[in-house]
Ligand binder design. Sequence first.
Ligand SMILES: Cc1cc2nc3c(=O)[nH]c(=O)nc-3n(C[C@H](O)[C@H](O)[C@H](O)COP(=O)(O)OP(=O)(O)OC[C@H]3O[C@@H](n4cnc5c(N)ncnc54)[C@H](O)[C@@H]3O)c2cc1C
Length: 410
Amino acid sequence: MNERHYDVVIIGAGMVGATTASLLSRSGFSVALIEAHEPQAFDAEAEVGLRVSAISPGSAAVLEQAGVWKQISRQRVRPYRRMQIEDGVDFEPLLFDAPAFNLERLGTIVENTLLQWSLWQLVSGSGMLDCYCPDRLAGIETGQDQNRVMLKSGKILTASLVIGADGARSRVRKAMGIRQDYWSYNQQGLVAVCGKTSPNPGVAWQRFLPGGPLAFLPLEDGRSSIVWTRPSAEAERLLALNTDEFIKELDAASSGWLGTVESCGPRAAFPLSMRLSDCYASQRTVLIGDAAHVVHPLAGQGVNLGFADAAGLTEILIATRFAGTDIGSAKVLQAYARSRRSESETMAFGMHAIRSLFDIDGLSVLRRAGMAVVRRSWVLKDLFLQRAAGVAANAPRLARGTSLQELMQA
Ligand SMILES: Cc1cc2nc3c(=O)[nH]c(=O)nc-3n(C[C@H](O)[C@H](O)[C@H](O)COP(=O)(O)OP(=O)(O)OC[C@H]3O[C@@H](n4cnc5c(N)ncnc54)[C@H](O)[C@@H]3O)c2cc1C
């Protein structure tokens, strides 16, 4: 049977898989990308989508190297320069302003459909890599020198390295027998697009309330995209309310910030969980993005961690090729797994701890003390911000402004 060989086969062309595919093909690797279905086309005339992501400056740098950020940043996106965090009790908010930390912006709010569609057009239209879509992973056969990837269509591909970028319920992870710890928060993230009396001036605002945080993320037209974390039954109740009733409850929860809620579009809710894979690499296969880790969205870090995985892996593979070593060797894969696993687990447990601190009523004294310490400590604020911005010293070099060209010449 005719089996096509690639340096890398990537399963899943979500935001993380498509970015990785572009970075690796631009670095000269032969790449195949397998995707179950083409993403929804982005329509700039249509209403703003319900799913948005807060893209950190580090992720924007990675997307720039993937060849897509310039085009995205010219479209319906909103940069934000201030983050305001409140705990619903203490009236002095925690403020983070970009210029105070030598950053031009803290992040950019981008609709997921814009990101996914721009990336898909790039990878499927570039001619630099082969896209197999619609198709699905059927199985992986591991081997000494290469892995065989069986697709539902009956096609068989071989690769020096297989990358699982196929999301939280990763088939690749299951096929490799990698165990995963799973915690359900019994919470849902309720999302909607809302307008207040005053337009959002470009502030990512978050208030921690009993039951979960409420975030208002700025949109290009002055409205905000909200993510309201509620216990699952409560989220269902909020979804079932009519628009006026919902606006009344949202108004009470956001108590006066930017005036009152004046409009609210359709709502949807997503179950929230934390998932951590036992290992990120096994037998010529690695996991990236949600396939490797899922974190609570309260700091908007999920896809940013995935972009950092993509960048970290690309750097290691470029260096490996330069050294003339096998890109699928255990040593190489372990180097990737070590560097990315510690970062994702720190973030996941950090989010877990913050969530618990704000969720448990008895901890209010501890919480207020913590807020007060962070408010007064420039060092803590700086540490927090560098990490959230994806530009801390341990972030991949591609996230800190190094170009692919520079990496390839190093
Ligand atoms: C309410 C909410 C708000 C969030 N807000 C933010 C935020 O502000 N910032 C942030 O950084 N993160 C945020 N996140 C997290 C973020 O959305 C995820 O981390 C991100 O979407 C994961 O991207 P991914 O590419 O790894 O996986 P996915 O988006 O799940 O993509 C996986 C891809 O693989 C394909 N696939 C699956 N199985 C197969 C198969 N067998 N064969 C072929 N293809 C397959 C799928 O079709 C899909 O295209 C939020 C999450 C939630 C729930």
